[in-house]
Write a protein that binds this ligand. Structure first.
Ligand SMILES: [Zn+2]
Length: 113
């Protein structure tokens, strides 16, 4: 694999996909040269040191659990985790499953008439 030249904005400010114009400003919607609509793939890439707080409440007084992680702790990879909302939702779900436990038990179902 040959090394790609380092992009000016390492977290996803692309060159124009049509004319390869590299003079793009963050957030710019259209290419100045060819007028193509720009897709800011990974424009929401986050710094892995960003802190995220997870919170869980279950509606009882005092039943609040919070934990703070850095994105790095959570295994965030800006290259592959391009959808930060989805990533955090998955992580939060895993996290809260460690605290949430329960189910049901049908009384009288053990053959005791
Ligand atoms: Zn262009």
């Amino acid at each position: 694999m040959n090394k790609k030249h380092k992009p000016k904005y390492p977290h996803g400010y692309p060159t124009c996909p049509v004319c390869e114009n590299e003079e793009l400003e963050p957030g710019q919607k259209f290419c100045d040269i060819c007028g193509s609509e720009l897709e800011w793939k990974g424009a929401r890439a986050m710094n892995p040191q960003t802190k995220v707080t997870f919170k869980l409440t279950i509606g009882f007084p005092g039943a609040v659990q919070t934990d703070t992680f850095s994105l790095h702790d959570l295994g965030y990879d800006p290259e592959t985790d391009t959808d930060i909302d989805k990533f955090l939702e998955d992580q939060w779900n895993e996290w809260k499953d460690e605290f949430v436990d329960g189910g049901w038990n049908i009384e009288g179902s053990k053959g005791d008439e």
